[in-house]
Design a protein around this ligand. Structure first.
Ligand code: SF4
Ligand code: SF4
Length: 107
């Protein structure tokens, strides 16, 4: 039996059936792709230009990690990672991330 997740990783009541209670970043790339990031002039649903974008080992890492903007430094993994990271493609992870935040119509 796994331990209960901290509050940050506890999904809202409507999500438990799908959530994996993932508590580590697996560099799935969703949070660098799905949201719009004003500091980077990055539009919604489009991978950041600094994201190393090839699927597979070593993919979805930040190419400017040491100098990434503060908004990226502030971002922390939470329950949404458990919803998006297990999905098989970046496209699917972006779609799910936007769906969770009710932004899928904005792409
Ligand atoms: S969505 Fe979560 S698991 Fe995926 S890259 Fe961002 S922090 Fe890491
Ligand atoms: S600058 Fe780096 S951490 Fe920030 S969104 Fe782009 S790839 Fe992700």
């Amino acid at each position: 039996m796994s331990e209960a997740p901290s509050e940050r990783f506890r999904p809202p009541p409507e999500y438990p059936p799908r959530s994996a209670w993932q508590t580590d970043c697996t560099a799935c790339g969703a949070c660098c792709s799905a949201p719009d990031i004003h500091a980077l002039q990055k539009p919604l649903g489009v991978p950041c230009i600094y994201l190393d974008g090839i699927e597979g080992a070593g993919a979805n890492l930040c190419r400017i990690y040491e100098s990434r903007p503060q908004v990226c430094r502030n971002y922390q993994p939470d329950w949404v990672c458990g919803e998006v990271a297990p999905l098989p493609t970046l496209e699917a992870r972006i779609r799910r991330f936007l769906e969770i935040y009710g932004l899928e119509g904005g792409v």
